[in-house]
Design a binder for this molecule. Sequence first.
Ligand code: GLA
Length: 390
Amino acid sequence: MDLTLLKMKHEALYARCPTHYFASPGRVNLIGEHTDYSRGYVLPMAIEQGTYASVSLNALGILRIYSANYPHIPMQTVRYDDELYTPEDGYVNYLKGMVLMLSRQGHVFSQGLDVIVQGDLPTSAGLSSSASFELLMGQVLLDMHDAAYEKLDVVKAAKAVENDFLGLQSGIMDQYAIMFAKHGHALLLDTGRLEHTAIPFDYEDTVLVMMNTNKQRNLTKTDYNERVRAVHAALDIFKPLTGAEGLCDVARDVFEAYVLENPTLLDWDPARHVVFEHARTYEAATALKRRDMTRFGALMNASHDSLRDLFKVSCAELDFLVSAHRDLGALGARMTGAGFGGTMIALYRRADLPRDFTALSEVYDKQFDLKLDCYYAAPSDGVRQLKEGK
Ligand code: GLA
């Protein structure tokens, strides 16, 4: 991201030079999908694509914000006591949510701020553009007020924005990954204990390709919350039997034994995905530590197949691309994020990486009448304040 351009836009809009710059990455999840609201393992990493902010002070006691990604929306103002979700406010609701949730943690905001945000992260693509923006604004608010804070509390505030302000019953993976990410590493996050281990991700010998299906995902919130309910219905059965607090606390053999006895009590497919994906993610982390990328790729494949067949959050576009990459020689390929569209990832040995994906894009366009966007993922740092020029 060119900060010089951001600086020029800032000066033009607010007639003042920005004094501070911030960056917040997107994230890609390598494996461990739909386990983070069941106390399971996930294995995400932050990517270089993200969201940026330039900031200067104003004497108005309010926050003014403009997004260079939505040039048709004029600059908007946010009062620090405005606690209402307003559909017309669009992306600004994430900021209002952060103000509210951080205030509930005891922070007091009063400093007038002028902000421009700009990102190079596709939105609604399964790469966490919303969590990237939430964490970006959290960092801006806290740093510009010289506030002391625990990183995990900011993560929890951002999750509360999704859960309680916007009504999406999502887990903690996206916000946690964006806060704690480390350059060159993926994070094995235990969403039950809220602890993580950073594992080196070798992006010299292997290449992670990300492909955005560009499929519209209007029903995501409804579909997502419906999956959460299905998983919690299974937990309601196991909780009294085993004391499990999340479905990933249930061991695979305990799960299978019970299901064998009670095959028709529930549609067990979603729960089976969660219980096995949790174990698969731990195994994948072990393979990554050993640099066994063949095994890692095989587990990515198994994860996708389970999301497609058991959890049923894939779609024709994702399945098409996943099988195309497997045919092209990828070590593994799968959807990433919530699903129903969005982005898929393919892991290649650098030596096996196809020269380009033009032919694939053409076939995809012909079959689905959609453009295919291709990116490469490099594990990057989490949200941070930038020094100018960096
Ligand atoms: C979305 C949610 C996450 C997680 C994934 C699926 O990205 O925000 O909390 O549940 O879907 O793994």
